[in-house]
Design a protein around this ligand. Structure first.
Ligand code: NAD
Length: 478
């Protein structure tokens, strides 16, 4: 169990937040001091003061302090991974992978911030040189979900600070432990007030995104919350970057190596028990390949070992909460009522290693039509819906016929099919012949209901974390 009594900014010394281990609903995972929503103005004031001094440092000085921060974080990697498994539930190996990926991305983002942009433009008046420069945006508010307790916060903390901002982070109320360890490390290495944590649920989140003085809001979470935050941000005209849900698909068109293809699709579907925004939750397969794809996916689903993520050998963790388990169960039941058939799974797991937690069996559904809710809505659980097609036109219609546009994959060795997929896929991230894992130096981006504003990761993040200015350099007039 983790006790984080001293980390929360602007706590009132009263309210407590307690998290539970999703693999054992009776076991307390962490205890936290909640922040006081009425004191968000003070938190912003502290951030503003810290940001002025931070922005006054040279880029090199800031980046070198942040490099020390990352080194100190690496030394706590095991603690962070354990806290992820205890609060979020994913197997320890996956949690370690999350921390490694987060540190990798952080290093890439420091490198991007070391090239802040700006340019000298063509002159239009003699003696006046037009130059564009980028400056830190100011105070950034960040809100993160429960599924990546270290990756999501670091994906916001590192670029915010590297580009010269202060940041106020509200991690998810289900899994704030990793963010607390990150804040502990920051407290030892970075100037006070640059990174503040606020602890609590939706109420504190609402206050944080509405308080005047926040210059930019970066949010990762559900579409419904994203829309509420968009509305709140409008009142203060705060800049926005929203990373939202997905209903990602893999099209399987023609594959010389079916086993390799299915390993990647099943991995992308079942990692984190399907609770990933980039999880593949639809498989769109050419009819003549359907039987082998369905069988292969079902075999991979059955081979997973559910249980407590701290136990050696566990390859499938629990869902985050009982409420979420009910939602996943309800979605699959609804899908079946609308004509889907369960190939494997489709049930809550209650025995043995799963007796105390919220576990759902890895599930493959067949005979899914495009209007079935399991083909349309984000389930956020270990559930694959298989849809079939005859022509590529049909496949592309199925691919794009959802409200989301996060990530899509195609498996084919036909260059015309590949061209068509790249040009026609209405997704931010487009993968050909591999699963949906993004690289650490590439833009992480969704379109349509999957995202708004600048992407995170990669050089494009500068558009959110900095403001652009036009400077006209004239000669002194003598
Ligand atoms: P959520 O929207 O319920 O909560 C996200 C964060 O917002 C939490 O910190 C929560 O406390 C806070 N919050 C809730 N209501 C709020 C409000 N009205 N105002 C301000 N803050 C509020 O999402 P979740 O259940 O934690 O995470 C799951 C969702 O996140 C899924 O839809 C998933 O697809 C999405 N997600 C997207 C990405 C991405 O990068 N695109 C990555 C991970 C997760």
């Amino acid at each position: 169990m983790y006790e984080f009594e001293t980390i929360a900014a602007a706590s009132d010394g009263g309210a407590r937040l307690e998290t539970r281990n999703p693999a054992d609903r009776h076991s307390v995972a962490g205890r936290y001091l909640s922040s006081d929503p009425s004191r968000m103005g003070d938190v912003v004031g502290v951030a503003r003061a810290a940001q002025r001094d931070w922005a006054a440092l040279s880029d090199a000085a800031r980046l070198s302090l942040l490099a020390r921060f990352l080194t100190s974080l690496s030394a706590r990697a095991q603690d962070i991974a354990r806290s992820i498994t205890i609060e979020q539930g994913k197997p320890l190996a996956e949690a370690r992978g999350e921390v490694t990926k987060a540190l990798d991305e952080s290093a890439q983002m420091l490198a991007s911030a070391g090239r802040p942009g700006g340019a000298v433009h063509a002159t239009t008046r003699a003696g006046v040189t037009p130059v564009t420069v980028r400056r830190p945006r100011g105070v950034i508010a960040a809100l993160t979900p429960w599924n990546f307790p270290a990756l999501s916060p670091l994906r916001k903390i590192v670029p915010a600070l590297a580009f010269g901002n202060a940041i106020i982070l509200k991690p998810s109320e289900f899994s704030p432990g990793a963010a607390c360890i990150i804040a502990e490390v920051a407290r030892d290495v970075l100037p006070e007030g640059l990174l503040q944590l606020v602890i609590g649920g939706a109420e504190i989140g609402r206050e944080l995104v509405s308080v005047p003085g926040v210059d930019g809001i970066t949010f990762t979470g559900s579409v419904a919350t994203g829309k509420a935050i968009y509305r709140a941000a409008a009142d203060n005209l705060a800049e926005l970057s929203l990373e939202l849900g997905g209903k990602n698909a893999a099209i399987i068109h023609d594959v010389p190596q079916m086993d390799r293809c299915l390993d990647q699709v099943a991995g992308a579907a079942f990692l984190c028990s399907g609770q990933r925004c980039t999880a593949i939750s639809r498989v769109i397969v050419r009819s003549e390949l359907a039987e082998s794809v369905i069988e292969g996916l079902a075999a991979r689903a059955r081979s997973l070992v559910p249980g407590d993520g701290l136990q050696q050998g566990t390859t499938l963790g629990p869902l985050i909460s009982d409420q979420h388990l009910s939602r996943v169960t309800g979605m699959v039941a609804l899908g079946v009522r609308r004509g889907a058939r369960i190939v494997t799974g489709g049930a809550v797991l209650t025995g043995g290693a799963c007796a105390k937690g919220h576990f759902y069996a890895p599930t493959v559904l067949r005979d899914v039509t495009s209007d079935n809710p399991v083909a349309q809505e984000e389930i956020f659980g270990p559930v694959i819906s298989v849809l079939t097609y005859e022509t590529l036109d049909e496949a592309m219609q199925l691919l794009n016929g959802v409200e989301f546009g996060l990530t899509a994959a195609l498996f084919s060795s036909d260059i015309t099919v590949i061209d068509r997929f790249i040009a026609g896929s209405e997704s931010g991230m487009i993968h050909v012949n591999h699963g949906t894992t993004p690289d650490s130096n590439m833009p992480f981006v969704g379109i349509r209901n999957s995202g708004v504003g600048a992407c995170s990761v990669g050089p494009g993040a500068a558009a959110f974390y900095t403001t652009e200015h036009a400077v006209y350099l004239g000669r002194p007039q003598v």
